[in-house]
Design a protein around this ligand. Structure first.
Ligand code: FAD
Length: 277
């Protein structure tokens, strides 16, 4: 296997977490990622951690993509943040609506990611390569699958260059989504986002929150392993490697790994895929 890969990290909360992430990044750089991205907390809550981690990646000589969510933001703050990112040398963004934690008012001047993409283009022209999020299994708040597809098309037409999917374990949902995107006349690349399975409870929690379906057979097997982490990891590697293999055979444009700031599972999946950087 030989195709572009990228790795996603979240900003660490502690100095120990930052040290651990530096080690993780060095291990993963061996695979020569096209870029590494850093997530952005709701309402800009992780901004300094996100920008700090992005800066470290750039300083390590790797292309960094900064996630950027707009919910609750104003045009003034977004303009300032874009200027900061440009001054840092960032050329790659993942433009998102984001989710505000319950209790926050909606507020802000942006309603959807498409508003953010349009604003970035208006303000900065082609200064940034813009990725947007795609949902092969439909975003949990969408009115319908078709409405969600149209919302995706709006983001692309607003000026997105490419997209990364929410993670999924059912490749057919991804293939169907790409077919639907092509039927709308969009040739945007749709890179599958892949979540290595390393913990059963964490995966269930994330999947419930983001609407990613864990097929019944995977859920039941994971539940059956209980606290046996070795069996969970071994099963997870088998399942996720097979998924990547299927996607690569079908000719996906790349793979984006949700690393959860860990190198081991992603590295082992790439080894099993005989990935050549
Ligand atoms: P949008 O594309 O705006 O869609 C949100 C919802 O609104 C969808 O249901 C859509 O169907 C609907 N919608 C869109 N436009 C319209 C319209 N015009 N009219 C009516 N309905 C509409 N979250 C973070 O907080 N930080 C991150 O760093 C982060 N990174 C992510 C990276 C990837 C690759 C992915 C897939 C998700 C990421 N998320 C992140 C999660 C994301 O913020 C949530 O899924 C959020 O709920 C939606 O963001 P979006 O950009 O997809 O929103």
């Amino acid at each position: 296997m030989n195709l572009p890969i990228s790795f996603e990290f979240f900003p660490p909360k502690t100095p120990e977490g930052a040290d651990k992430l530096r080690v993780t990044r060095q291990a993963l750089y061996a695979h020569k990622p096209e870029f590494c991205s850093v997530t952005f907390g709701a309402g800009g809550s992780t901004q300094s951690g996100t920008f700090g981690t992005v800066k470290e990646i750039l300083d390590e000589g790797v292309i960094a993509a900064c996630h950027f969510s707009c919910i609750g933001a104003t045009k003034v703050t977004v303009r300032q943040q874009l200027a900061t990112l440009r001054a840092m040398g960032v050329k790659h963004l993942v433009a998102l609506r984001g989710d505000l934690p319950s209790g926050y008012g909606v507020g802000g001047e942006f309603h959807y990611a498409s508003d953010l993409v349009a604003f970035i283009r208006e303000e900065t022209g082609d200064a940034f390569h813009i990725e947007v999020a795609a949902y092969p299994e439909v975003h949990p708040q969408a009115k319908s699958a078709d409405a969600d597809l149209q919302a995706f098309a709006t983001k692309v037409r607003a000026g997105a260059n490419s997209s990364i999917t929410q993670y999924f374990f059912n490749a057919d949902a991804y293939f169907r989504f790409v077919d639907d995107v092509r039927k709308l006349g969009l040739d945007v690349s749709v890179v599958p986002g892949i979540m290595p399975i390393t913990s059963s409870t964490q995966l269930m929690r994330f999947s419930d929150a983001c609407g990613a379906e864990i097929p019944r057979w995977i859920r039941l097997r994971l539940q059956g392993f209980g606290d046996d982490t070795a069996s969970i990891k071994s099963f997870g590697l088998d399942v996720v490697t097979a998924l990547c293999d299927q996607l690569c055979t079908a000719g996906v444009p790349g793979i984006h790994f949700y690393t959860m700031n860990q190198a081991a599972a992603t590295t082992e999946i790439l080894r099993r895929l005989q990935y050549k950087a």
